[in-house]
Design a protein around this ligand. Structure first.
Ligand SMILES: [Zn+2]
Length: 326
């Protein structure tokens, strides 16, 4: 039986006296169960989760058996409209220079705070307070594999392992993130980072959709078996990783392949073309494992193009291979 998808419009009063309206969806199975909050784009350049949520809501409308789904695909809509991580940023301003506007430091918001805190508060009051579980979707830069981020709480750790994603990072508690606030208030909060900012990539969206479906299935909200996804799940506290660094300066040209993939020791990862004598230096995997980072990238590459440049200096990181330790 199909359920109605209700569109909710959350009005936020800004300091200027203007208002902004954040749209969200609600789907109610009509049967008791968990109340799952799905959010994306707290940072305006991290938009892949919005499309994964849209597809999941369609699915939930057809198949939700228990509980309710609340979804806000563009939580920080003003930052999305400005096409930057936070509101009111200059070109190339680093993420960390947020000036109080990093929304994921503000949960559960402040009614009389700055505009970012007001957005968080309005969204929390409208739909967050009722939720029993939260999955908050972000994106890392494209060279870095996506990851499920959780704190080391037994039930949550187990749930994270069921989502079908290769990398699960155990993070120290931070009660001001959306996921952290849910944990701090005795609920389940999980954060997921897609790979790739400023883009919506079909393979990443499909993978994110699988994660949301697996979470809903694990919570008894959707029928069916969990998808296997990445069969081997690596918890960060059960892993080690090795950085592969540039033997000289030059252009790093990657071999075919990408993050998440398994590699065997000695596999060709690419080469560096020296800018001194034009010699070619092959780069090989130092150990068996999985590619956690692949490609030249450096600080601030989430907001400035030079951070993506394949020109590397000697010793710069080219890749990171993660592997399980026994
Ligand atoms: Zn983010």
């Amino acid at each position: 039986m199909a359920h109605r998808v209700e569109t909710q419009r959350i009005r936020v009063n800004l300091r200027s006296g203007q208002t902004v309206t954040i749209p969200g969806w609600r789907v109610d199975s009509g049967t008791a169960g968990p109340c799952l909050l799905l959010t994306a784009a707290q940072h305006g350049n991290e938009v892949q989760g919005a499309e994964a949520i849209r597809r999941f809501v369609e699915d939930a409308a057809e198949r939700l058996t228990n509980g309710r789904v609340f979804a806000v695909p563009m939580v920080n809509l003003p930052a999305v409209r400005e096409r930057r991580p936070h509101i009111r940023m200059r070109p190339e301003q680093p993420y960390g220079d947020a000036r109080g506007h990093n929304m994921n430091h503000w949960w559960s918001g402040e009614k009389s705070g700055n505009d970012t805190a007001r957005l968080a508060r309005a969204i929390y009051e409208a739909i967050g307070a009722e939720a029993t579980h939260a999955l908050d979707l972000h994106c890392w830069e494209k060279h870095k594999a996506g990851a499920v981020l959780v704190r080391d709480v037994p039930g949550i750790r187990e749930l994270a392992g069921k989502l079908g994603h290769r990398f699960v990072d155990i993070r120290p508690p931070n009660d001001r993130t959306l996921g952290g606030y849910f944990c701090a208030t005795g609920r389940v909060g999980i954060t997921y980072e897609f790979s790739g900012q400023y883009v919506v990539l079909e393979h990443e969206v499909r993978h994110g959709l699988m994660l949301i479906r697996n979470l809903a299935k694990a919570l008894g909200m959707l029928p069916g078996r969990l998808s296997a996804g990445h069969r081997s799940v690596l918890f960060s506290d059960e892993c080690e990783s090795v950085d592969v660094t540039a033997p000289c300066s030059g252009l790093f040209v990657t071999a075919p392949g990408g993050v998440y993939e398994s590699v065997v020791e000695g596999r060709l990862l690419g080469h560096v073309l020296s800018d001194i004598d034009l010699s070619v230096h092959q780069i090989h995997a130092p150990t068996d494992g999985y590619l956690r980072v692949f490609g030249a990238s450096r600080a601030n590459c989430d907001v400035a193009m030079p951070g993506h440049h394949p020109y590397v200096t000697k010793g710069e990181r080219l890749a990171t291979v993660a592997f399980k330790v026994n």
